[in-house]
Design a protein around this ligand. Structure first.
Ligand code: BGC
Length: 360
């Protein structure tokens, strides 16, 4: 199956910037298969069964490594760091010293800068059938961030069809850190139209409004009576076109939800067509819900189909954007001697008949 989707799988066994890259395959007894590349410690494919038991690749991506190195959208499936999301003006102050990250998204630094973790070739020391660990040491001053940072990203595929991503990092000097994964999901299968008909639920009473440059204003707004309310399931498309000063300028959802705590998933999304359901669990305080507003058809995916606006959604578990400049947000500082740890689980299941699911 993977061979059908990635006939050039060997193409991923190459060298980038003098380092070897490979395609690794994790697989469980139920046929769920995850393909990972050490270029960006990224998810290349994720095959899960649909209602008919047919394995469906639910993650957008490319059939060749060059697809990734040359793509218009650079973040497909990748580990994002050292600082996921935006830092206003690319500047922040730590212990009285100002640090500058070169802006790569309008006036702001986005996703760790132009050559963030997504463009690095990670090392790999552990690779079992259901687990792969990637390592990267980010030099002090890399992209402008202080402190040498040693990072480990562990992917584990369970027999319960969960992909668990755990992050761990240590630094030699005070620094800031925000790690996430940037998989673009389409539960109808990558390249198969848009996700506007997917039903979504997000366990959040609040979200973070942003300014024109997508920096949080500092307000924590209620989702009640706004298009941002996903506390009860609704389709992604139901309110996406509503005139709203937070939606219209950004062409859709591209906002951090302030997750409620407590049991149960932080978000659940299901495709009524395939029955494939994705639930996200995380110990991060925020979830960036992004509806692929900027996908513009420039990239062609694994089936050769163009990736267009709303052709996918991202659920990026992370701390809040621009936290280094917003003292009221949960801290993203990491000090020497501390260990940064966070974990996000993507759990897949199938809904046999939508109408019979009481929660939906
Ligand atoms: C951001 C979007 C951005 C995208 C880039 C998302 O995490 O929130 O604004 O366009 O990443 O791929």
């Amino acid at each position: 199956m993977l061979h059908d989707l990635l006939p050039n799988a060997v193409d991923f066994d190459t060298r980038i910037a003098g380092k070897n890259t490979h395609l690794l395959i994790l697989k469980n007894d139920r046929g769920v298969t995850v393909a990972l590349s050490d270029f960006g410690a990224r998810i290349v494919s994720l095959l899960v069964p649909d209602r008919q038991g047919l394995l469906t690749d639910v993650v957008l991506g490319f059939p060749t490594i060059r697809g990734y190195t040359d793509a218009a959208e650079q973040y497909h499936g990748a580990t994002i760091g050292r600082f996921a999301n935006r830092i206003a003006g690319g500047k922040f102050t730590l212990d009285g010293q100002t640090h500058t990250i070169e802006p790569n998204h309008g006036p702001n630094a986005l996703h760790g800068g132009e050559n963030g973790f997504h463009r690095q070739v990670w090392d790999r020391r552990v690779n079992y059938l259901q687990q792969a660990d990637f390592y990267y040491v980010s030099a002090s001053g890399e992209a402008g961030f202080p402190g040498k940072l040693a990072v480990r990203v562990k992917y584990r595929l369970t027999d319960n069809n969960e992909l668990i991503i755990s992050y761990r990092a240590e630094t030699t000097e005070p620094t800031v850190i925000n790690l996430t994964n940037h998989a673009y999901f389409n539960l109808n299968g990558e390249g198969n139209g848009d996700v506007l008909g997917h039903l979504a639920r997000i366990n959040a009473d609040h979200y973070l409004p942003v300014d024109q440059a997508q920096i949080p204003t500092g307000a924590v707004a209620s989702v009640a009576n706004t298009p941002f309310d996903f506390r009860k399931a609704k389709t992604i498309g139901r309110d996406i076109g509503q005139p709203h000063d937070q939606l219209t300028p950004h062409g859709g959802y591209d906002h951090t939800y302030v997750l409620n705590t407590g049991p149960g998933p932080s978000a659940s999304i299901v495709s009524p067509d395939t029955g494939i359901c994705l639930e996200v669990f995380t110990n991060e305080p925020g979830l960036q819900f992004y509806t692929g507003n900027a996908l513009d058809g420039a990239d062609f995916g694994k089936q050769g189909k163009p990736y267009k606006q709303y052709g996918a959604f991202c659920l990026e578990a992370q701390h809040f954007p621009d936290s280094p400049n917003q003292p009221k947000f949960p801290s993203t500082q990491l000090l020497p001697g501390e260990t940064f740890q966070s974990e996000t689980t993507y759990r897949f299941s199938v809904m046999k008949a939508m109408g019979r699911m009481p929660d939906w």
